[in-house]
Design a protein around this ligand. Structure first.
Ligand SMILES: [Zn+2]
Ligand SMILES: [Zn+2]
Length: 351
């Protein structure tokens, strides 16, 4: 197999030859047809996450080994089945769930693979979709996209389930109950699309940028709130007609966490998704007296991926804008993302 791999952190991806994996046990070898280029690929390529205050989290220390084919938004065709793999056949087109774990712990057995303590995510800890082939550990990690556009379906494996899983954590809420979404970038627009597809009516989107708030309105937000100057909490409360039950913070920096938390009503929940960074000080008696919840959310589970695909197949989920790029131009695509020259998602397409 070939891969467009990180050989050295921060250096251009190199096209390398690797032995094509032989699927063992329940494993399924998949020939990649599509792979989204995600912002977190840039962090893995650079080799660290910025924790703010001059602190960095090294990915090498966390077990990332080079050379590595990035890419975790994968669609491909089943190429070969391990002796114990059932339920798919050679040639089937499938979305590959990438956030795989050890496969044996309680979380993995309960299909909460993304909560496994020993993650083996594709494109992070083992080769991902910037290569000609990937290995899914088990057929349950493969989801049939049906008639969906495979380039769009690929994005459901990361950006899609990330917003879907966050939304599930605040549901159920009546359609007229305001849900506040902080950040109107790519994830924000996906969140609006998913909420609308679920039939939610009051979607209040907060962003500092006029342009992005305008994009949010076009995507179906019911209201927007300007976060570019002081008094954001008061404006959220005014727009929502009172304190709010649910805020999904897709930015999750010090400033957004503060105004989001302060807008919560009694029993309210703040779901933190973004990786912008910073810190939040909580007044502990208020947490108890007002019965508040602050919950982190990390990607999503195979169950959530299947639910999201079913929702999309219902035809109500508006697709995000996608630009297709030949797979062998993976390095140029990654550099375009680094330089901020991308609207929507770039998806690598195999020749
Ligand atoms: Zn991603
Ligand atoms: Zn596990």
């Amino acid at each position: 197999m070939r891969a467009w791999a990180v050989v050295e952190n921060g250096a251009p991806l190199q096209e390398i030859e690797l032995p094509t994996p032989e699927p063992r046990g329940t494993e399924v070898l998949v020939e990649v047809t599509h792979c989204g280029v995600c912002h977190s690929d840039l962090h893995i390529w650079e080799g660290y996450y910025d924790l703010g205050g001059g602190q960095k989290m090294s990915l090498k220390d966390r077990g990332v080994i080079l050379p590595l084919a990035l890419g975790h938004e994968i669609v491909g065709r089943v190429a070969k089945l391990g002796p114990d793999a059932t339920g798919v056949k050679v040639g089937d087109l499938r979305i590959v769930y990438p956030w795989v774990g050890c496969g044996v712990c309680d979380k993995c057995q309960a299909e909460e693979d993304n909560m496994c303590l020993t993650g083996r995510s594709l494109g992070v800890y083992q080769n991902g979709g910037y290569g000609t082939h990937v290995v899914a550990p088990h057929p349950r990690h493969l989801v049939d996209p049906g008639t969906l556009d495979p380039a769009i379906a690929a994005t459901y494996a990361c950006s899609g389930i990330t917003v879907y899983s966050a939304i599930r954590k605040v549901m159920p809420l009546p359609p007229e109950e305001p849900i506040v979404v902080v950040g109107a970038g790519g994830l924000g627009l996906s969140a609006i699309a998913v909420l609308k597809a679920m039939g939610h009516a009051r979607i209040v989107v907060v962003d500092v940028s006029d342009e992005k708030r305008e994009a949010a309105m076009q995507a179906g937000a019911s209201h927007t709130v300007d976060a570019s100057h002081d008094g954001v909490t008061a404006r959220i409360i005014e727009t929502c007609g009172g304190q709010v039950a649910a805020v999904i913070d897709l930015v999750n920096g010090t400033a957004t966490a503060r105004f989001a938390f302060a807008a919560l009503r009694k029993g309210g929940k703040l779901v933190q998704v973004g990786l912008f960074g910073g810190e939040l000080t909580l007044q502990l008696p208020l947490m108890a007296i007002r019965a508040l919840t602050v919950q982190g959310s990390y990607v999503g589970s195979p169950v959530e991926l299947r639910e999201l695909v079913t929702l999309a197949q219902g035809g109500k989920l508006a697709p995000i804008p996608v630009t297709q790029v030949p797979q062998h131009e993976a390095n140029a695509a990654l550099m375009r993302l680094r330089d901020g020259k991308v609207t929507g998602r770039m998806v690598l397409v195999a020749a």
